[in-house]
Design a protein around this ligand. Structure first.
Ligand SMILES: [Fe+2]
Length: 289
C-alpha cells in the first residue's frame, strides 16, 4: 500500500487509467486530462470550498439542460473551448468557407423548404425582411447541385424559437437545397445581436468575470453535399457593435456579410417580401473529401 500526496498522486492516477485502457487514443486522453486537471488544482492551490463550489456549479449546469436548453454547450462556447476545438479541427488557409461554432440552439429536423422559401412563421413588427441568395460550390468553384443548407437564427426580439414560448415551432429554421447551378435563395428576417441566456450558470460566470453576454448578429448555416466535408458556420452582419467582443469568440473576418438595404420592387414581389428589405449575397465553398 502506498501513501499518496501532492508529489506522487498524479502519476499513480495516470498509471491506473492508462495501464489497461482499451485504446491508445483513450490512453492518451486519460493521461493528458488527469495531468492537466491535477496541474490546475495544484497551480491555483484549490481549496475544499472552491472544489465543492465547482461541483455545485457543474451540477447546476447539468440541471439547466433539457431537450431544448444546452447549458454545457453554452459553457464550452463562453469559455472559448468550442472555438478552440473548431480551430484545431478546421485550420485556416483552406480553400473552402471557414467554419465556426455550432452553438447551443441547433435543432435537427427543420422542415424542408423550396427555393426562395420563407422561414418566417410569425411576423414581429420590428423585424426587417431579409432575402439571402448565393451559390454552393466545391473548393474549385464547381457548383454543387442538391447541396443542403440547414439554417437557424434569432427573431427580432433577440430570442430563438426554443427560448420563446410565443414563437411557432420551427420559426426561422429550415432546410434548403441548391438548384442545378448550385444556387440557393431563402427569405428570413435580418438577424439581430442577442445575449446568450444569462439565467443559468453561464450567466453567473459571465457576471463574475465582468463580461457582457452579447453575440454579434448572425445567421447560422450547416451546409452539406455528398462527397464533401460538411460545414458548420455563421454569417455575421457587418457593422454590428459586438463583432469585436463576441461572448463566444466565434467571429472571423471572412464570415462577415454585407446585409444591404434594398428597394427592388420586382424582386420583393418575386420573393414575397416587402421593400425595403435586407439583402445578403453569400457563396459557400465546401471541401471535397
Ligand atoms: Fe446564434
Amino acid at each position: 500500500m502506498k501513501d499518496f500526496d501532492v508529489l506522487n498522486l498524479t502519476e499513480e492516477v495516470i498509471r491506473a487509467y492508462t495501464a489497461q485502457a482499451t485504446t491508445p487514443r483513450l490512453r492518451e486522453i486519460f493521461a493528458s486530462l488527469i495531468r492537466h486537471l491535477h496541474g490546475f488544482a495544484k497551480d491555483v492551490q484549490l481549496t475544499e470550498a472552491e472544489w465543492f463550489a465547482a461541483i455545485q456549479f457543474l451540477t447546476a449546469t447539468g440541471k439547466k439542460c433539457d431537450d431544448k436548453r444546452q447549458e454545457f454547450i453554452l459553457l464550452s462556447d463562453t469559455l472559448g473551448l468550442s472555438m478552440l476545438v473548431d480551430a484545431i479541427n478546421h485550420p485556416k488557409g483552406g480553400a473552402g468557407t471557414e467554419s465556426t461554432v455550432l452553438g447551443p440552439f441547433y435543432v435537427p429536423g427543420a422542415p424542408d423548404m423550396p427555393y426562395g422559401g420563407d422561414v418566417r412563421r410569425r411576423h414581429l413588427a420590428q423585424a426587417v425582411p431579409c432575402l439571402v441568395t448565393g451559390k454552393v460550390t466545391d473548393e474549385t468553384g464547381k457548383p454543387l447541385a442538391g447541396a443542403t443548407l440547414d439554417i437557424w437564427q434569432t427573431a427580432a426580439n433577440a430570442l430563438y424559437d426554443v427560448q420563446d414560448a410565443q414563437a411557432p415551432e420551427w420559426n426561422l429554421r429550415g432546410r434548403f437545397k441548391t438548384r442545378d447551378d448550385g444556387s440557393y435563395a431563402l427569405v428570413t428576417e435580418k438577424p439581430v445581436s442577442y445575449p446568450v441566456p444569462t439565467d443559468g450558470t453561464v450567466g453567473r460566470m459571465l457576471a463574475a468575470a465582468g463580461r457582457h453576454a452579447f453575440r454579434p448578429a448572425h445567421l447560422h448555416f450547416m451546409v452539406s453535399a455528398p462527397g464533401c466535408e460538411p460545414l458548420t458556420t455563421h454569417i455575421f452582419v457587418n457593422g454590428d457593435e459586438y463583432l469585436d467582443s463576441d461572448a463566444v469568440f466565434a467571429t472571423k473576418a471572412k464570415l462577415v456579410g454585407e446585409f444591404k438595404t434594398c428597394t427592388d420592387a420586382d424582386e420583393a414581389r418575386r420573393f414575397g417580401v416587402t421593400a425595403p428589405y435586407a439583402r445578403l449575397e453569400f457563396d459557400f465553398g465546401l471541401m471535397r473529401r
